[in-house]
Design a protein around this ligand. Structure first.
Ligand code: ATP
Ligand code: MG
Length: 246
């Protein structure tokens, strides 16, 4: 996260090798990226899927990247099938990508990236151009791929909701890392309210308000369910003590 012009997209492009650093070095899992080299281990997803669709048939589009890497046809067909299945678009393999919705197109592009067997994905505001329902589907898909395939996601977003779903938040300001760590810690801090004009999400305001009123809540509450469980544990503990006193 970070304000406009803070360097988020620049960081994402450096990681993929679409930009070369003027100083310093990019290392992917400890391996230095050579100047001018585009990392095959990193997938890159732009906000507008139309810019990344190259074929007039879904399955050909998904096959484009791995096909260019010289994968033999039988293996390529398997990869395409498996990738389309992972994004839930196997029924659309013979469709024309340009006639699909924005969310569906985004899934096709993701299938293409999966077919390349990347280890990490840079997502530059991937849901900014799609409707809320498709947005949720895409975000759930990222979470599923992270859990099932151990894929790492570098998700650039202006959404506090997205930030709360992440394991680590990196907040940039004027090209520098202002914060890196658990998202809820920074999003409830005065440093964030001072630097970011966006509203703190209601859940975090509630947690902060309860803590201000003396409730000791565990760290890392990121959903209403987690808050409910924490509060329930708290009141059950009090009830037991009251019973003892009686
Ligand atoms: N190749 C480059 N070399 C030097 N500076 C660049 C380069 N590309 C972009 N910049 C500058 O770096 C700054 C950060 O741009 P960047 O696109 O990374 O911002 P951002 O955080 O993605 O913003 P937004 O939220 O608007 O997408 C801008 O001032 C931009 O002009
Ligand atoms: Mg940007």
């Amino acid at each position: 996260m970070g304000p406009n012009g803070s360097g988020k997209s620049t960081l994402g492009k450096l990681v993929k090798g679409l930009l070369s650093p003027s100083s310093g070095q990019v290392r992917i899992a400890g391996q230095p990226l050579k100047p001018g080299e585009i990392s095959p281990r990193i997938g890159y997803l732009f906000s507008n899927p139309e810019n990344q669709i190259v074929s007039s048939l879904v399955e050909e589009d998904v096959a484009f990247g791995p096909g260019n890497r010289g994968l033999e046809p039988a293996l390529l067909a398997l990869r395409v099938e498996e990738s389309l299945r992972r994004v839930g678009m196997e029924a659309y393999r013979r469709h024309a990508p340009h006639l699909l919705s924005g969310g569906q197109q985004q899934k096709i592009v993701i299938a293409g990236i999966l077919a390349m067997e990347c280890e990490a994905l840079v997502l530059d505001e991937p849901t900014s151009m799609i409707d809320p329902e498709s947005r949720r589907e895409i975000l759930d898909l990222f979470l599923k791929l992270h859990r099932e395939k151990s894929l790492t996601f570098l998700h650039i977003s202006h959404s506090l909701e997205d930030a709360l779903r992440s394991e680590e938040l990196i907040y940039l300001e004027e090209g520098r890392v202002l914060y890196s760590g658990p998202p809820e810690e920074f999003l409830t801090s005065p440093r964030f309210s001072e630097s970011c004009p966006l509203q703190i999400p209601p859940l975090l305001r509630l947690v902060r308000g309860l803590r201000d009123r003396g409730h000791s809540l565990p760290p890392g509450i990121r959903s209403y369910d987690e808050l409910k469980r924490a509060l329930l544990g708290h009141s059950l503990f009090l009830d037991t003590r009251e019973n003892k006193n009686l």
